[in-house]
Design a protein around this ligand. Structure first.
Ligand code: SF4
Length: 546
């Protein structure tokens, strides 16, 4: 048992639903109790689809358990096939149905339906949504392509065979799905990028593909694994069995897009792209070099997301925006090794967990100035009063925007620059608030360019109005709680802050105050100092800036 309030991923059958709903002509019969239809809302509300997902639920009730639930399964399968006439059928169980062991996939296989049936075995008590999506896509392709597998030992097709065949090179874009982060626009962006470099897209899957389209997978010269969480196992299987090479560089960020184009060109035997293409095509390189971005240098950023977006974000933050990455982690256990490697390149230890409270704790301990995460981190960051941008699923409805908002390619880098810098206080305001602390409107933490103003600061305007009332007199001392951001609860054996120590701490700009406070307390503990005075604070500052 694990006490859980929020989960980063749904059960694996939701992953299977994502594959079914992303495709056309595919239907999913899900053996599930009454009530599991809640998952429809993920597609009709969050993705704002104009139709129900292609899922038939058996919706068994308590009274059905005394009867023949297997008969309910076969009846539901037959009705779904008769009504929807799909090209292929997925059959599987939800968590509760797994316990009653009706084996719906095996039952469907024996019904002589006259169409490909994929028996999904998704262990709901040990695996999660992304694994379920990856397994479903892989099993579906495996079932459909079984007859077309080359004989063992056949020679692998050369990725540059397009030259001798008198056509343009063509690739598959694999992994985009509903409820993935910005997949709709990423595909458009990458399709355009490839087209400009003379590369055709053979197939995008699962998003928008039909089962019959999947039969064309092996005719591509290479597979582009855009979302490893969903397409990783399929790409490896196609490589092993059909000899199709895989490009695993995910083009999120300017550097990654540049690398993606270079690697793909080399793989397909094309001319390498122009070396200055990034500067010509994306605004991020110039925007981050321009003087207004100087104040971004060294900003402390905490990143927690699915593995694909966490790794990409860490590279962009460190290499393209000049941030200091102070925390990196993922809930994608299947790709933990890759995230660990990315963290170790930054001198960090990766946080691999699906416990949002552990993430919130790590976030508080790292005292960042910006959080890049999922919806969960957005909530945690709000509680801790830290600016945040969402970079990965799980997502809410506002991250399926009406406007064009890719993350990949040159335009994706533009979108990323804007959305990551937006939650931060603007440079001039940050400078002025640091200099003049007693303004009645521009109080500490206030971000005037955001409608919501400051990240939570108790008292806000009311406190500022009081400050005006006592006009020329010095402002009243802040309650000591305001010196202790809620993110940084005092450790056991609490230290005492002297009045002059508190005053010195208050002079530190609010967005780094949490970090200074933590460092000073660590310094005091390490040196067995019970009270933190102004002198101790500055000694600690000198110690950590060595
Ligand atoms: S079967 Fe699984 S997904 Fe459905 S309600 Fe029960 S626990 Fe939730």
């Amino acid at each position: 048992m694990e006490l859980t309030l929020w989960t980063y991923e749904g059960p694996p059958h939701v992953g299977a639903m994502r594959i079914a709903a992303s495709m056309e002509g595919l239907h999913y019969v899900l053996h599930a109790p009454q009530g599991d239809t809640y998952a429809d809302l993920l597609f009709t509300m969050i993705e704002r689809r104009d139709r129900r997902p292609p899922v038939t639920y058996t919706t068994f009730q308590a009274r059905d358990l005394g009867g023949d639930t297997a008969e309910l399964v076969t009846r539901s399968i037959q009705q779904a096939v008769d009504r929807f006439r799909p090209e292929a059928l997925l059959v599987g169980e939800s968590c509760t149905a797994e316990l009653i062991q009706d084996q719906p996939g095996a039952l469907a296989g024996g019904m002589g339906l006259g169409l490909p049936v994929v028996n999904l075995e998704l262990p709901a008590y040990s695996k999660k949504e992304n694994w379920g999506a990856a397994e479903t896509l892989y099993q579906l392709c495996r079932t459909l392509l079984r007859e077309r597998m080359p004989a063992p030992g056949s020679s692998k097709p050369a990725p540059d065979r397009w030259k001798s065949e008198g056509r343009r090179p063509r690739v598959n874009l694999l992994g985009p799905s509903l409820l993935g982060f910005r997949c709709r626009d990423d595909i458009k962006e990458i399709r355009g990028l490839l087209g400009e470099h003379g590369i055709d897209v053979n197939l995008v899957a699962p998003l928008g593909a039909r089962p019959s389209d999947l039969l064309r997978l092996p005719v591509a010269d290479a597979n582009v694994c855009l979302y490893p969480e969903v397409a990783g196992p399929l790409c490896s299987w196609l490589e092993r069995n059909f000899g199709t090479p895989v490009l695993r560089t995910v083009p999120i960020g300017v550097g990654a897009t540049r690398r993606f184009l270079r690697e793909l060109s080399a793989l397909l035997g094309l001319e390498p792209p122009e070396s200055n293409e990034a500067d010509l095509r994306s605004r991020l390189p110039w925007y981050s070099r321009s003087v207004d971005s100087t104040y971004l240098t060294g900003k402390r950023v905490f990143i927690f997301a699915d593995a694909t977006h966490a790794i990409a974000a860490a590279r962009i933050a460190a290499d393209e925006l000049g941030f200091t990455v102070v925390g990196l982690g993922t809930y994608s256990r299947e790709l933990a090794r890759e995230v660990r490697a990315a963290a170790s390149d930054l001198g960090l230890e990766a946080l691999i967990t699906d416990d949002y409270l552990a993430v919130e704790k790590a976030m508080g301990d790292a005292a960042p100035e910006l959080v890049l995460g999922t919806q969960m981190e957005r909530h945690s960051a709000k509680r801790l009063g830290i600016p945040c941008a969402v970079i990965s699923s799980p997502l809410h409805v506002q991250d399926v925007p009406a406007r064009y908002a890719p993350q990949m390619g040159w335009e994706g880098a533009n979108v990323i620059f804007d959305s990551w810098v937006h939650p931060l206080m603007m440079g001039l305001e940050e400078h002025l608030i640091g200099m003049f602390r007693h303004d009645f409107e521009f109080v500490e933490g206030h971000r005037s360019h955001l409608a919501d103003g400051a990240p939570s600061r108790p008292g806000g305007m009311a406190e500022a109005a009081q400050a005006v009332a006592v006009a020329s007199s010095p402002p009243p001392p802040l309650p000591s709680s305001s010196l202790q951001p809620s993110s940084l609860p005092l450790a056991e054996g609490a230290l005492i802050w002297s009045v002059d120590g508190e005053a010195a701490l208050r002079k530190i700009p609010f967005f780094v105050r949490g970090k200074v406070k933590t460092n000073t307390e660590t310094f005091a503990r390490d040196n067995a100092l019970g009270e933190i005075t102004e002198e101790v604070l500055y000694d600690a500052k000198a110690h950590y800036s060595k």
